[in-house]
Design a protein. Structure first.
Length: 220
């Protein structure tokens, strides 16, 4: 009964946006993946709705974990593409998948992407979703690491019209000395303009591993 009440509470808070909750994390930077490299990024995030009560202060309610896996590669110095697969552990759980093309506007500092995806599994509505995203990155610690903020519109086709929410994330990517691995903690907030009393907070961490996809022994 407690689980059902929690599920109903979270869904009622997010009905105007989606049929459920999901990860709106980025775990990226404005830097594109080099052409001869594949970048894999598994991550874990906590999705936490907050609600404003009659005393106009906020309290936590419910919350669920999300596991993501991203794979990214470069097409050229200005364009890259990725795939994101998420497992959302709300109630019985369901999945989200998206194709994510990305374009550098100011290399290593400003980029835009347009993830196109949908939910699937366990009877969840599989309506089209568009998440146009802007990334702003700056080097820190003498250029060894990167701080990144992103803003995105989450546009969801509910079958009759489009609903839109706004997501914002901030994180720092800590690179290894050889740049083959990175650790990126991140926090974010999702705001639904149709429900000013409700917001969604997210925090988590990702590990990025880069592998050279060229055939061993081939010319660079």
């Amino acid at each position: 009964m407690k689980r059902m009440r929690r599920f109903a509470w979270v869904l009622s808070a997010s009905t105007s946006l989606l049929t459920g909750c999901y990860s709106f994390s980025s775990y990226q930077t404005a830097r594109l993946v080099p052409r001869d490299v594949v970048e894999l990024t598994p991550s874990v995030s906590r999705f936490q709705p907050t609600f404003e009560n009659t005393n106009r202060d906020f309290h936590w309610q419910g919350g669920d974990w999300t596991l993501d896996l991203q794979a990214r590669g470069g097409i050229n110095s200005r364009v890259g593409v990725g795939v994101k697969l998420s497992r959302i552990f709300l109630d019985d759980g369901y999945e989200f998948i998206a194709i994510d093309p990305k374009v550098a506007l100011l290399p290593d500092h400003v980029a835009v992407s347009l993830p196109v995806g949908t939910f699937f599994g366990n009877g969840v509505d599989s309506h089209l979703q568009l998440h146009p995203t802007l990334f702003l990155s700056t080097p820190i610690a003498g250029g060894r690491h990167e701080a990144t903020v992103s803003g995105k519109a989450l546009i969801v086709d509910n079958g009759e019209s489009f609903n839109t929410a706004w997501g914002f994330t901030a994180g720092v990517r800590f690179h290894s000395a050889d740049d083959r691995m990175a650790l990126q903690p991140e926090v974010g907030v999702l705001l639904d303009p149709n429900d000013e009393r409700t917001s969604f907070f997210q925090f988590g961490i990702a590990v990025t591993v880069r592998t050279d996809r060229r055939i061993h022994g081939s010319a660079p």
